[in-house]
Ligand binder design. Sequence first.
Ligand code: URA
Length: 236
Amino acid sequence: MSARRLDQLLSSLGYCSRRDARDWLKAGRISVAGRVEKDPGVKPSPAAVRIDGEPLDHPEGLLLLLNKPLGLTCSHEPREGPLVYDLLPPRWRARNPQVTSIGRLDKETSGLLLLTDHTELVHRLTSPKHKVPKIYRATTDADLSPALIDTFAAGTLVLDGEKEPCAPAALRLLGAREAELTLIEGKYHQVRRMFAATGATVLTLHRASFGPLTLGDLAPGAYRELTPAEQAALSA
Ligand code: URA
């Protein structure tokens, strides 16, 4: 990230407006490399900045793994609330660039959702070129025939309203009405529409993994930062 002016840095990390940042500087609350700094125009290394003696909160950006609970929407529009972003601290919600989800899950889908303010990462991981495998667990209102495995694997299923067929997808039957589906793309409501195309309605849907990442024992509604190893695996 290119060097930012001190007032811009504080406001982009969600601390305050640029105007308030200038007041904080005048009041002597900000130091850079151990010395009080009053000039809003300097462009310090974020790691050297302290506010009231405290280091900046994730100045290099956020990359979070959330276990999305049911009933929350992946949107920044308060009218569509409750929102997944309501789970985050207010300062993170005030960052610019905004913390946003890498792809979306429906309101009534639970599971693994990545949140970040690294805009470039959002573009890269949601690009159709990237083909990140994502595993979904679904339960349905009708028995699932083993013939569906070939139907989904063939890469010929055309969803209602689409011109291009879905890419080949791996279906694993877990029970009469329960299955795991691995997708490498992310069309709108894709899992629900794929099952609907074969005559079954999805009753519950949960995303268990995104590329190399899984939820482990993260509780619904909880989030954590990615470990350096997970970040490297995601970028590989
Ligand atoms: N497919 C769906 O139908 N819904 C989701 O939330 C994700 C994939």
